[in-house]
Design a protein around this ligand. Structure first.
Ligand code: PAF
Length: 279
């Protein structure tokens, strides 16, 4: 009988590395890992559901990684809801949760000097200095500790998927990378922990982002792009970027080809929102 398969009442919670290490050893290479920063929502649960493939044990981490925040204000305001998170994870029959402290994650033996791929230098990399280094550092530490069979990330963070996918090819080729399609509210707004900081009106306004992405996917040319930029700005959203890009390089591609993606980042009510749509 497998040791840890069972009803959700048996969800295990680990606060220290040493306890987690035993669990990982006993899981015999069947671990599906979903890294998160908490404030969980239905979008995260789509990752959990994808991870719950037959025979796999699902481990979710909750760790607000200070290294990936270039803006201390953003870190301070990052939503926290541990009780709600644990209840959602139990409802979704997750096998184990890891809630480490920064000391456990960043110790000398997990410091592995991971180099960033080129795709990390544009867009989010340019607007949020140090962000991706923080992301790959924390993931590298988790992977050394957990040795998962597979990992799951949301398409909403498309550039994170590109950066992490490439870094895993280089440093962790035996771990399988999975990208799960973006889960959206009825209005089209992509689920995000940051949405909690939007007012009701803000959430309605933010639905313009997906409308514009969709419209550009259906019909892309430079004049449509400037039209959609105007619509988003008029709705009260301050655009950082709205662009058509190639994949996986994420270079600007204004051609009318049905390839690559449209990506967006901007601010509404002081909240930074990102989204994308694939061709
Ligand atoms: O996408 C996130 O929530 C974070 O960047 C991750 C992958 C959990 C690393 O801290």
């Amino acid at each position: 009988m497998p040791l840890f398969v069972g009803p959700y009442e048996k969800m295990r919670i680990f606060y220290t590395r040493s306890k987690l290490e035993n669990f990982c050893k006993e899981s015999q290479g069947r671990l599906s890992f979903v890294p998160t920063m908490g404030a969980l929502h239905d979008g995260h649960m789509k990752l959990v559901q994808a991870a719950k493939k037959e025979g796999s044990l699902v481990l979710v981490s909750i760790f607000i990684n200070p290294k990936q925040f270039n803006n201390l204000n953003d870190l301070d305001k990052y939503p926290v809801n541990l009780i709600g998170d644990l209840s959602l994870l139990k409802q979704n029959e997750v096998d184990a949760v890891f809630i480490p402290t920064a000391n456990d994650v960043y110790s000398e033996d997990t410091n592995s000097n991971v180099e960033l791929p080129n795709v990390a230098s544009v867009w989010e990399g340019a607007f949020r200095e140090g962000h991706f280094q923080g992301v790959v550092d924390v993931l590298s530490s988790f992977y050394h500790l957990i040795k998962p069979k597979q990992v799951f990330f949301g398409q909403k963070d498309l550039q994170q998927c590109m950066v992490v996918g490439e870094m895993m090819n280089t440093y962790f080729p035996n771990i399988e990378f999975n990208m799960v399609p973006t889960h959206r509210e009825k209005s089209g707004l992509a689920y995000s922990s940051r949405n909690e900081r939007l007012s009701e009106e803000g959430r309605n306004t933010a639905s313009q982002i997906f409308k514009s992405l969709n419209s550009l996917k259906n019909n892309f040319n430079e004049s449509c792009l400037s039209e959609e930029r105007k619509k988003i700005t008029k709705a009260g959203i301050e655009i950082e970027y709205l662009e058509k890009i190639s994949l996986p390089e994420m270079q600007v591609d204004r051609s009318c080809s049905n390839q690559g993606a449209i990506i967006f980042a901007g601010y509404l009510e002081g909240v930074r929102l990102i989204d994308n749509i694939l061709f």
